[in-house]
Ligand binder design. Structure first.
Ligand code: NI
Length: 265
């Protein structure tokens, strides 16, 4: 068992509240990074969970047969429960609770892993995570983005628009290439000249609020770029009327038309 306790300063907490994101040098111990990489590679090599809709390409139509552009594994801890005992998980839970202002025992945590293959990964276009989620609630969530590799602008590190989490509601989104069989979303309500890039060394992490506009570029380097993301959510507020997110229904309709029977996560 590795251990590394990370705490945040008052300034870091204030930055997250004001800007909607925060980067820290380290969220897990060095010797855990190797173990997490092994688990990551094993899950992607086996396309774990594909038949249940838990492995797919974020940037290509469902069921495409080509090389993976931006493959994703959802719920890696469903397959490897010991991930929940990791230093990363423990620190993410503690820091997530602090940043959201929610007691740890009221936090729910979900996870996913995203790979940008060497010299191949597609860009992840600008979006707000909440655009993917339940339109009946307002979320109080953040994502912790752990880099298992050197993440640079060239390899696809996270980039954020400061203050964008304060948008009155989720912006209009559409599917990548306007193809609702592609799960990935993009919004055009963004001025990329305000973007702040957050390069990280292995073991470093960023936090971003569920409404913060973010993006990563394609991976132009000869090395894979692996990220393990934990989404921490406090109790959500019910909306009186559901938010207008027609892109979600577009995707369900397109999947039904194509005869692809997967649950959309
Ligand atoms: Ni995102």
């Amino acid at each position: 068992m590795h251990s590394l306790n990370v705490t945040l300063t008052r300034n870091q907490i204030a930055d997250f509240v004001n800007l909607g994101f925060l980067a820290i040098d380290r969220i897990t111990a060095n010797d855990e990074i190797g173990q997490l990489r092994e688990i990551f590679d094993r899950l992607f090599d086996a396309r774990t969970g594909e038949s249940r809709g838990l492995f797919y390409d974020l940037a290509a139509p469902r069921g495409h047969a080509g090389r993976n552009l931006l493959p994703q594994v959802l719920g890696p801890d469903l397959h490897v429960p010991e991930l929940r005992e990791s230093t990363y998980y423990r620190n993410a839970r503690a820091l997530g609770a602090t940043l959201l202002g929610v007691p740890e025992d009221e936090l729910t945590i979900g996870g996913h892993m995203i790979m940008k293959p060497a010299r191949y990964g597609a860009e992840t276009p600008w979006h707000q995570d909440e655009a993917y989620w339940d339109p009946n609630v307002v979320m109080n969530s953040l994502s912790v983005w752990l880099s298992l590799d050197e993440a640079t602008v060239e390899s696809g590190c996270m980039q954020f628009i400061p203050g964008s989490h304060q948008s009155e509601d989720v912006h209009e989104h559409r599917h990548i290439d306007d193809d609702p069989l592609i799960h990935g979303l993009v919004t055009d309500h963004v001025d990329p000249t305000h973007a702040v890039s957050c390069p990280l060394s292995p073991g470093g992490a960023t936090f971003h609020h569920s409404r913060t506009l973010h993006h990563t570029g394609a991976n132009r380097t000869p090395a894979v770029r692996r990220a393990y993301i934990l989404v921490c959510s406090g109790p959500a507020d019910e909306r009186d009327t559901p938010a207008h997110r027609p892109w979600q229904q577009d995707e369900r309709n397109a999947l039904a038309r194509a005869g692809i029977d997967v649950q959309v996560f």
